[in-house]
Design a protein around this ligand. Structure first.
Ligand SMILES: CC(=O)[C@@H](O)[C@H](O)COP(=O)(O)O
Ligand SMILES: NCC(=O)COP(=O)(O)O
Length: 251
């Protein structure tokens, strides 16, 4: 079974466009879980463009109460900014089941690349160990590069999250590159599995490209937010979530 972790960033983005708490991120997270999602993902960024520290705290409580997986993503190198305490302090405070480290800089529109562990690996080793000592599973956001994935194992990661942006773009553009890119992802996943790493995936996955991507060898979890939220505008959040669960089940 491939787990669906719904990323609630875009619910928070809409909430932040007004004062107040409408839409209520936790309430929408509850709706996703009631509709069959296996967990919740958030990506608190230092500029708090969407997910805020209190969202992380409140969703941690929801996921604990529902005994479902909470996945907190972010750049471990980005320091505090205003009320954002930094990723690791927030993660150690809220103790999610999984922390996915992502090499995003503060000025990026969105996540658009995996780690370069030849450059950053040494800095990550103690952070990864601290997270694992706290009982938190560590996933690293990676491009489908086998040599980099070998380094992910060396620095102590439990899982990798394959960055699926280029794959999604190839499907959307109906480029002739789809099968070539997917084959690279399959080779990367097989390599990760051979090393004993778990395999997650995410970024721009949707109900169309997921029909192919769900066949990736050993895929354990997808985190999906942007497209699912857009689908929810047409379908409603519960039905959109259920549609992704159904798709992941092979239907
Ligand atoms: C790491 C990744 O691809 C996504 O999880 C990320 O959360 C997208 O961030 P935005 O929602 O800010 O675009
Ligand atoms: N890690 C991927 C994620 O959480 C959601 O990415 P997207 O579906 O919003 O592109």
């Amino acid at each position: 079974m491939i787990a669906l972790s719904v990323n609630l960033n875009k619910i928070a983005l809409i909430r932040n466009s007004r004062e107040g708490n409408y839409p209520d991120v936790v309430s929408h997270g509850r709706t996703c879980l009631d509709a069959g999602a296996h967990g919740v993902t958030v990506h608190p960024r230092p500029d708090q463009r969407h997910i805020r520290p209190d969202d992380v705290r409140n969703l941690a409580a929801l996921c604990a109460a529902r005994s479902v997986e909470f996945n907190v993503e972010g750049n471990p190198f980005a320091g505090p900014m205003g009320s954002y305490p930094g990723l690791l302090p927030l993660v150690f405070e809220t103790k999610p089941q999984q922390c996915t480290l992502v090499p995003d800089s503060n000025d990026q529109l969105t996540s658009d690349h995996g780690f370069d562990l030849t450059r950053d690996g040494e800095r990550l080793v103690p952070m990864i160990q601290q997270l694992k000592d706290a009982g938190i599973r560590v996933s690293l956001f990676m491009d489908p590069d086998k040599s980099q994935i070998s380094l992910a194992k060396e620095v102590g990661a439990d899982r990798i999250e394959l960055y699926t942006g280029p794959f999604a773009e190839a499907v959307t553009n109906q480029s002739g590159e789809v099968e070539k890119i997917f084959a690279e992802h399959c080779a990367a996943a097989e390599h990760a599995l051979h090393l004993g790493l778990g395999v997650n995936a995410g970024h721009d996955l949707n109900l169309i490209n997921l029909r192919r991507y769900r066949t990736l060898p050993g895929l354990q979890e997808v985190s999906i937010g942007h497209a699912l939220t857009v689908d929810a505008i047409q379908m409603g959040l519960a039905d959109a979530t259920a549609a992704y669960v159904t798709c992941l089940a092979g239907n």
